[in-house]
Design a protein around this ligand. Sequence first.
Ligand SMILES: [Zn+2]
Length: 326
Amino acid sequence: MLGNKALAGLLVAVLALAGCGQPATPGSGSEAAATLNVVATTTLISDVVQQVGGDRVAVATLIPTGADAHSFDPTPQDIARVADADLLFINGAGYEEFLSAMLANVGGEVQVVDLSEGVALRELAAGEGHEHEEHAEGEEHAEGEEHAEGEEHAGLDPHTWTDPNNVKYWVEAIARSLSAADAANATSYEANAATYTQQLTELDTWIDEQVAQIPAENRRLVTDHAVFGYFADRYGFEQIGSVIPGFSSAAQPSAQELAELQDQIADLSIGTIFVGDVVNPTVSQRLADDSGASVVTVLTESVSDEAPTYIEYMRYNVERFVTALK
Ligand SMILES: [Zn+2]
């Protein structure tokens, strides 16, 4: 059971070498050694799955680095990759708006692991926007058509990872599902999970120390959309408002909503609008110009070349917050 796929992979590699004399590509060794082939929807999830899976697990990512998950559309190649995978790790909580359509095309073969299960999901707070504006995608479905789980969770914040304590639940769910799919390596997955959970605890402590430099009255976030709610709840910040009201960057702000936010920025002397690197900053930049604020780029839906892991992603953002607000 353990060896079948690995052996098959090795056999293919050996045959390929014997058949046409091609040198093995750098990636092929580890892929042949991997026991499980899994797909994760986001780069953030991919990194955490890789931390837990180690070299036993080959992880592919659907939504590339720097792409906006809220407006992602899978290609036929993505659908084929998911159909061939042992497991699909999703953020859940309605984050992957493409999910139900994609899974209908995949055909129900792949086992889906929803990482928001077990996380206490927060609802839209006052000032964070209007929940019904974010689900234009879902409304395209005909009456009676099967609805994705996420559509039942309109108004729940899917950006759970902005609090590393929530990612500990991800780690538990990842270790559990990898162990169930590959029992022979369960000990390894559990050991990796314990090590990584310790790193998340250290990250949480580090964030506490960093944000201590920001005076309480400055712990206010204005962002492109409502991304940092879990972070705000954990570390004593308030999300004052966002350029795009709500939890999806795919929505559009009205002129009235922008005017209200501009008033808030002026009333509270907000100096910075934090804008994700995956969205067009034009509206945020104009709002900042009109309010005398500046725009600082942060990471929202994805890791970046500069911060290629989840932990580096968090450190990058915290450093931006501290520099701008202290
Ligand atoms: Zn988002």
